[in-house]
Design a protein around this ligand. Structure first.
Ligand code: ATP
Length: 241
């Protein structure tokens, strides 16, 4: 690994009286895949929203590639290399698969349309969507919608990709295809933080895992160690030591 890409220190977020994240600190190393686990409502998506700028943090600091993120709007964070997917894919359903990518490459990635074509064609190939390039996004299967969600995030050429529960709802075979795709993306040098409940998919890719519970970090480390951690087993897997 070649140093820290994202540094989070003391992140906190509340919605009114509901404290959703409290004093969360962690580093993401360049080139790694960091998995995030935690029960429903633990604050995982809120953490992504703070990193992408969809929400403002109440306290704490975020530094990406040496640049302070706090105060920067989502589009600026996208332009400097932070891409994300959403739990519920949000394609422009009236547009084709290719047009969806083109919008992401031009508006998100800041490229001209002419310079975006080759990139979009390559991402379509990577994501096995080439034969669906002209299909309307609204007509895609769940697996292809997830591929498109990933492809759109890739079209802004992120150096950090935030994946929010991308494997949920897929069959085993589809899940394997998605894991292969995520492997390919990391081989292109993209650093990944992946929130996922489908544990075997996450374990197939993650270098390290961080676990949240009620907005607190309760574990962080190598996947094998984290999965054996008694508190993680109790909180996340319902297994009493
Ligand atoms: N905009 C909001 N306004 C009020 N409460 C919110 C908002 N967003 C999230 N919450 C609450 O914050 C808590 C954490 O939500 P979050 O979506 O971050 O959890 P999560 O760990 O991603 O859960 P899941 O695994 O179910 O997706 C939940 O209790 C949720 O209801």
């Amino acid at each position: 690994m070649n140093g820290v890409l994202l540094k989070a220190r003391g992140l906190s977020k509340s919605f009114g009286a509901l404290r959703v994240l409290h004093d969360i600190s962690f580093d993401v190393q360049r080139g790694e895949v960091l998995g995030i686990l935690g029960p429903n409502g633990a604050g995982k998506t809120t953490l992504f929203n703070l990193i992408s700028g969809d929400l403002r943090n109440d306290a704490g600091e975020l530094v990406f590639a040496g640049e302070r993120l706090v105060g920067q709007p989502p589009y600026s964070r996208c332009k400097i290399g932070i891409g994300r997917t959403y739990q519920i894919p949000r394609p422009y359903v009236g547009m084709s698969t290719f047009e969806n990518l083109l919008v992401a490459a031009t508006f998100g990635g800041g490229r001209t349309e002419a310079r975006s074509y080759a990139l979009c064609a390559q991402i379509l190939r990577d994501c096995e969507l080439t034969d669906k390039a002209n299909r309307s996004a609204g007509s895609l299967t769940l697996l292809d919608r997830k591929r498109l969600e990933l492809a759109r995030a890739m079209a802004s050429s992120p150096s950090l990709l935030l994946l929010d529960e991308i494997a949920g709802g897929l069959t085993d075979e589809e899940g394997k295809a998605l894991v292969q795709l995520i492997h390919r993306i990391r081989e292109r040098g993209v650093t990944i933080v992946w929130i996922e409940h489908v544990l075997h998919a996450l374990l197939a890719v993650a270098d390290r895992i961080m676990v949240l519970n009620f907005g607190e970090k309760i574990a962080e480390g190598l996947p094998d160690d984290v999965i054996k951690n008694p508190e993680v087993r109790r909180v996340y897997m319902g297994v009493e030591a």
